[in-house]
Design a protein around this ligand. Structure first.
Ligand code: FES
Length: 402
């Protein structure tokens, strides 16, 4: 068998047109086209128009489903509703509809592409022998020509309607993957709802922010109380989850985790009323993601050595000092107070904060001091916030300046 010429010069290759290069490519690759048949050899074949319409319908459906996904994602009522609330069924349908529309968009797109290949790309059976090593210039040039030839014979390049529908369908199906990322972008200035005890209005707010509105906000301990069974029914009536704290409740060197509680949520001591049910509201405070505060009673000799931050000289109450429990690194609870060294340790990445120096970080990845809550005691002798935090609580975010 005679050896095939392979050493074509750039000049010789430059003189060949696309179809000559494509043919050369198949020969050089040792490809034998055993069978090839155009789908629609006759121009203006009505069957070709019907096939194009069929494919177009799939791409159109993909486009419609993509649009439906975007509309549902943006406008469907997604806020959580419990059973019995109005709109619960609309809310329940939100996630299934997102899944259905995005799934159908991708399925229709795939069906359009499959049908196009089946109906328009020439039917062909080719056989190729494999070669070892990298391809030379001839192979590379002829490969490009072959790809161009495939594109031309697929006739997709001269079908602008199908191109548009396929591109639109693909873009919208892709959108169903990208669009949900938008839900992660949050404007930190925009209150998501009215300020309440959960404190989740903005990244600047906590339950203690209610002190800014002139409300009395108690420092309250979580008793862990749960609903009680009465005559076979569970009830939270008369159950007090949060109780107010007095200075004498803590030993020197002790620490207590406390949560904000407004006057209308109090149901303890002389104000206890077994008929009241404040449990749910108190649990909102416990669940507020930025609410937890460490109330620390320093040993007196240590308190004398403490160094306040400029502008926070009056934030403590005697030997008592209160810091946000939310680590300024990435928000774990900094629960470990070590009374011998007066260090507060975050168990997540071992940041340490100095309780004697306005909670400033002294070790680990945290870079900012724990925000300090101003403290005082009311006329009944209970701890209350003497104002709000003067800086945001928790990890840094792009809008904060400190
Ligand atoms: S979250 Fe506290 S050290 Fe990382």
């Amino acid at each position: 068998m005679s050896e095939m010429k392979r050493d074509y010069t750039s000049e010789e290759l430059g003189k060949m047109n696309e179809s000559e290069l494509a043919r050369l490519g198949t020969e050089l690759d040792g490809v034998t086209v055993a069978y090839r048949k155009e789908r629609f050899p006759q121009p203006n074949d009505p069957a070709e128009k019907r096939a194009a319409m069929g494919v177009g319908i799939y791409f159109l459906l993909a486009l419609v489903m993509g649009l439906a996904f975007a509309a549902i994602y943006l406008f469907w009522p997604w806020q959580y509703k419990t059973l019995g609330e109005s709109g619960v069924w609309w809310y329940t349908l939100y996630t299934p509809l997102l899944g259905l529309t995005s799934g159908l968009a991708i399925i229709f797109l795939g069906m359009g592409a499959m049908n196009y290949t089946k109906k328009f790309v020439p039917e062909e059976i080719s056989v190729q022998t494999r070669h070892d090593g990298p391809s030379d210039e001839v192979d590379r040039r002829t490969l490009v020509a072959l790809l161009n030839d495939s594109w031309k014979t697929s006739t997709f390049g001269r079908r602008p309607v199908l191109q548009g529908l396929a591109a639109g369908g693909a873009a919208l199906a892709g959108l169903s993957i990208i669009l949900p990322l938008g839900g992660m972008i949050k404007n930190p200035w925009r209150p998501s709802h009215k300020q309440d005890i959960t404190g989740t209005g903005t990244l600047w707010t906590t339950g203690w922010t209610l002190a800014d509105e002139g409300k009395k906000v108690y420092l309250a301990r979580d008793t862990g109380a749960v609903a009680v069974e009465r005559e076979g029914e569970y009830s939270t009536q008369g159950v007090t989850r949060l109780v107010r704290v007095r200075p004498e409740d803590l030993d020197a060197g002790g620490m207590e985790t406390v949560f904000p509680m407004t006057e209308d949520m109090v149901n303890d001591g002389k104000k206890y009323d077994p008929r009241r049910d404040v449990y749910e509201e108190q649990m909102h405070s416990v669940h507020g993601s930025r609410n937890a505060v460490m109330l620390i009673r320093l040993r007196h000799e240590d308190a004398l050595k403490s160094i306040p931050r400029a502008g926070q000289e009056k934030f403590h109450y005697g030997d008592y000092i209160a810091y946000s429990k939310i680590c300024t690194h990435i928000g774990c609870p900094t629960s470990l107070y070590e009374q011998q060294t007066n260090r507060i340790l975050c168990p997540c990445h071992q940041s340490q904060f100095d309780a004697l120096q306005y909670g400033k970080p002294v070790f680990g990845p945290a870079a900012r001091a724990l925000p300090q809550l101003p403290l005082t005691v009311d006329e009944e002798g209970f701890f209350i916030a003497d104002g709000n935090f003067i800086e945001p609580v928790g990890p840094a975010f792009w809008e904060r300046r400190s």
